[in-house]
Write a protein that binds this ligand. Structure first.
Ligand SMILES: *Cc1c(COP(=O)(O)O)cnc(C)c1O
Length: 493
């Protein structure tokens, strides 16, 4: 089984694809024949989350070792609930709660698995060099990756976060990380500056320097296929939950609304559909950075617009990396075409796809966006009507699900992915509940707990007393040099 780059015929085994993260031509690794896999989705929906994950792993990322034990080791003792991704009902919607992991955001689901894949992959290739993970974060990936890789032998991790743009709680989670093998660095600018700088570092750091230092670089961002594949499982588990709830019969189609930033989470839903899971529409929910909504409506992807900072910072993104994978699948695996679109994106800041490709995409995807006011109203309304507390990212999706349902008149069941605990964004949530939050970030957590009667997740409650251990800051252009200096320091130890 071969993965290949979205931009050329460069091939890689699943193990190589995960260890490299990004293809050497700058493309992303994809499995071109995913539609033709003979995946027994009917049997998959009868299983529990862990078995579903193992089954998906062995179909899409074989060759790492025994999938069931990889999954067991990944999740053991990490999540609050035995069910990693519980589905609850609120009014006419189903909500899949993905935030019960060690950092209270959905990225824990995949970032619990990726370090094991990297470790097992290195055993398979017999690689002796140390893997250094470089990660750009819009807030939640950073801590989830630091947690996932913390003290994993043979790995180091450097996380870059935009100095303008993560919430106070998100920042505190990262800069208090105490594991030996981690570094955290602020980047002057927004998430796109940060992500572009990190992508450049991958191609600019000379291979002979890495060889000399005994290091290899990889990524924990959703550009790594090892991040995407574990996410497919919760689309299956949500479907199973709806079947056992009696809401649907096996084979009925359901829709999902996914709060979207880098397009990784929703792409995992598309992969679930390509594996056979009966999914009708995937609603791509954006905040006021509505570039994906416009793209899905017009076929034009245009980054010439203001980057807006919102209360859902993990979705404040203008360049959604994983869209490249969708383009590849939607144009019949035409790597030349994808390359030319990506060249246009980097040269002109925009591209336009043809009508045929857009209709292929619209067959599954619809785009909606929610304004800041709508997000706040949604949090307040859902709390008042259902006594259910949601964070701003989930509120974006909730609001967009409503817009899609009233536009389309769809009679299918709708599941909304809930991607973060409301306690990660206490200020926005308190405002939405009509409170006047004070200014101390940690008092806000107590206040939210008091107002709602809900408990602060343990990992967030302990932040108040944790010491700040990381204070580095660089410009986007300085990322490459920063990485090199850390690599050299680590080699001296
Ligand atoms: C990362 C993130 C998203 C967006 O997911 P993508 O895979 O980047 O589209 C949504 N909500 C939260 C809370 C996140 O952390």
């Amino acid at each position: 089984m071969d993965y290949q780059s979205t931009r050329s015929s460069i091939k890689a085994s699943p193990v190589e694809a995960v260890l490299k993260g990004l293809a050497p031509d700058g493309g992303l690794f994809v499995y071109p024949q995913i539609r033709d896999l003979d995946f027994d989705w009917r049997s998959c929906v009868t299983k529990d989350f862990r078995s579903q994950s193992a089954m998906i792993l062995s179909a899409l990322l074989p060759g790492f070792g025994d999938e069931s034990s990889i999954i067991e080791d990944s999740y053991r003792g990490k999540f609050e609930n035995d069910d990693i991704a519980p589905t609850v009902r609120a009014g006419s919607l189903y909500i899949t709660e993905l935030f019960h992991g060690p950092t209270s955001a959905f990225k824990d689901v995949a970032l619990s698995v990726l370090p094991r894949l990297i470790n097992c992959g290195k055993k398979v290739t017999g690689s002796e060099s140390e893997t250094v993970i470089l990660t750009a974060t819009s807030g939640d990936t950073g801590k989830a990756a630091l947690e996932g890789f913390s003290n994993v032998p043979g790995t180091k991790i450097i996380v870059f976060y935009p100095s303008e743009g993560v919430s106070a709680v998100q920042k505190a989670q990262m800069v208090t990380s105490s594991a030996e093998n981690v570094k955290v660095c602020a980047v002057k600018g927004n998430f796109d500056d940060c992500q572009t700088g990190v992508k450049k570092a991958f191609t600019s750091i000379p291979q002979n320097l890495l060889d000399r230092l005994g290091k290899e670089l990889s990524s924990a961002n959703s550009i790594n296929i090892g991040r995407l594949v574990p996410q497919i499982a919760y689309y299956f588990s949500t479907y199973s939950h709806l079947v056992s709830d009696g809401a649907i019969k096996t084979c009925d189609e359901i829709d999902f609304t996914v709060p979207t930033g880098n397009f990784g989470d929703i792409l995992a839903g598309y992969y679930a559909k390509l594996l056979g899971l009966p999914i009708g529409t995937l609603v791509c929910a954006s905040n006021s950075n509505s570039i994906l909504t416009d793209f899905l409506n017009t076929g034009v992807y245009d980054t010439h617009r203001e980057f807006l900072r919102t209360t859902s910072p993990s979705m404040d993104i203008l360049v959604s990396s994983n869209l490249e994978r969708l383009l590849f699948h939607a144009c019949g695996n035409d790597t030349e075409h994808v390359s030319s679109l990506m060249a246009s994106l980097s040269d002109a800041g925009s591209y336009k796809i043809c009508f045929g490709m857009l209709s292929a995409i619209n067959h599954t995807f619809r785009g909606y966006h929610a304004s800041e006011e709508e997000v706040s109203d949604t949090i307040g309304r859902v709390w008042k009507d259902q006594h259910y507390l949601i964070d701003p990212h989930t509120a974006v999706a909730w609001c967009c699900a409503g817009k899609y349902l009233s536009d389309s008149g769809s009679v299918r069941r709708m599941a909304v992915l809930s991607t973060a605990s409301p306690f990660k964004f206490p200020e926005a949530v308190l405002n939405a509940l009509g409170q006047e939050p004070g200014s101390d970030d940690f008092d806000l957590l107590d206040e939210l707990s008091r107002v709602t009667g809900q408990q602060i997740p343990k990992n967030l409650a302990s932040l108040r007393t944790a010491s700040v251990l990381h204070e580095d800051e660089v410009s986007p252009e300085g990322i490459g040099d920063y990485v090199i200096s850390k690599l050299k320091n680590w080699s001296k130890e």
